[in-house]
Design a protein. Structure first.
Ligand SMILES: *Cc1c(COP(=O)(O)O)cnc(C)c1O
Length: 389
């Protein structure tokens, strides 16, 4: 048995779940209380108030005990009817999964093709909307930060093409790996349903899914006929109005959420976003020095929460990740879907700082050497130069 495996802290550098800070862990490990008792109202009020600030919205935010996938489903079943057309854009694996869910729910889902190396092409979305003269498209669904590729899309630009074509479709955005790491503005960008999850920028364990819901989405939900029970917004909103939930919420995760929200708001969202931008830029300095290839080809669209690196032809990214785990007790993200074995991903989001990044990049650089992958030394040095410059 390799002793290094058990000493020190594991480095969880996948792009979610992320490292959970001690303050959040300590908050979670309090006794569970009666979710219908008087003490619960304060907790509900605190988390809903803080979530509004993080989603940058005055609209309601709904909290489900679920994964992010559940929050995807909730967004669709609350607003749409059987056979409704939804327009999606293939940024990568997560966009493709959401598209698959829409199809399984009986929607007429259309996926604009992408090459998994670029963000959403809002011009292509505008063209599709312009052609849709009888307004069969009921929703446009995009992934803000495509976690499989590290490409971040311009949501305001998607809103702009919807407005330019005067199309009435709802705009739904998956922010599961961008919320609380990168700037996202539900209200200002005119988003109708924002989908979030607990285990990435919010620094919590997995287990909570979120929908921020515009008035227009709420109005659409009144006429929508897809079956919905567990995911019904109205049940949630009615109960939340009284300070409660319609069924047993994930009480201890809500304790953690209250703590995480107060950490984020104390730091200040602007500072949180700048911290992520800086650490992402340092990571890209390291990749450039290694002379490895970033998967995302659009330099303006590179994610601040993760970096996907494509290895040279013939190198096995999964074997590389296994070596890094075995030797340095660090988990890196794998290549998803068609990127399996070709790509590894460095998560640099959540409760994360300069020295954690340097440790992470040190593990990557030593792992490259140990795996016999062709690379140039000096990535960690380049990142340190950037961070101390
Ligand atoms: C992680 C992630 C998901 C899936 O979330 P689950 O909690 O695993 O269901 C969906 N979309 C994006 C962009 C993600 O990063």
């Amino acid at each position: 048995m390799n002793q290094r495996r058990n000493s020190g802290r594991h480095f969880l550098q996948i792009p979610g779940p992320t490292n959970v800070p001690d303050r959040v862990l300590n908050a979670i490990q309090q006794p569970t209380i009666d979710h219908r008792g008087p003490g619960f109202r304060d907790l509900t009020a605190d988390v809903l108030n803080g979530l509004g600030q993080v989603f940058q919205t005055r609209s309601k935010v709904v909290v489900f005990p679920s994964s992010g996938t559940g929050a995807w489903e909730a967004a669709l079943v609350n607003t749409l009817s059987a056979g409704d057309r939804v327009l999606m854009y293939e940024t990568g694996h997560f966009a493709q999964l959401w598209y698959g869910i829409a199809g399984r729910l009986g929607l007429d889902a259309q996926l604009l093709p992408g090459d998994w190396r670029h963000p959403v092409d809002s011009v292509a979305i505008g063209e599709a909307l312009a052609k849709d003269v009888d307004h069969r498209i009921k929703a446009v669904c995009v992934v803000h930060n495509e976690t499989s590729t590290g490409a971040m899309s311009d949501v305001a630009a998607v809103r702009a093409v919807i407005d330019e074509t005067r199309h009435p479709a709802l705009l739904m955005v998956d922010t599961i790996s961008s919320l609380a790491s990168m700037d996202f503005r539900h209200d200002e960008w005119g988003v109708d349903v924002t989908v979030g999850g607990s285990q990435k920028g919010l620094m919590l364990p997995p287990g909570l899914g979120f929908n921020a819901v515009s008035d227009k989405a709420l109005a659409a939900s009144l006429g929508a006929n897809l079956p919905r029970a567990y995911w019904n917004w109205q049940d949630m909103l009615d109960a939340n109005n009284n300070g409660f939930f319609p069924y047993t919420p994930a009480t201890n995760l809500l304790y953690g959420l209250r703590e995480a929200l107060s950490m984020l708001l104390d730091e200040g969202l602007e500072n949180v976003f700048e911290r992520h931008r800086r650490l992402a830029e340092a990571t890209r300095c390291a990749v450039a020095a290694w002379q490895l290839e970033l998967l995302c080809l659009d330099s303006a669209a590179r994610s601040h929460s993760l970096t996907a690196v494509q290895l040279p032809e013939g190198a096995d990214a999964d074997a590389f990740r296994a070596t890094v785990l075995e030797r340095f007790n660090m988990s890196l993200g794998n290549g998803l879907g068609r990127l399996a074995g070709r790509v590894f991903r460095i998560g640099h989001l959540g409760d994360f700082n300069d020295l954690m990044l340097i440790g992470t990049l040190g593990g990557v650089e030593m792992g490259l050497a140990a795996s016999g992958i062709a690379y140039q030394r000096g990535g960690v040095t380049a990142a340190m130069d950037y961070l101390s410059g």
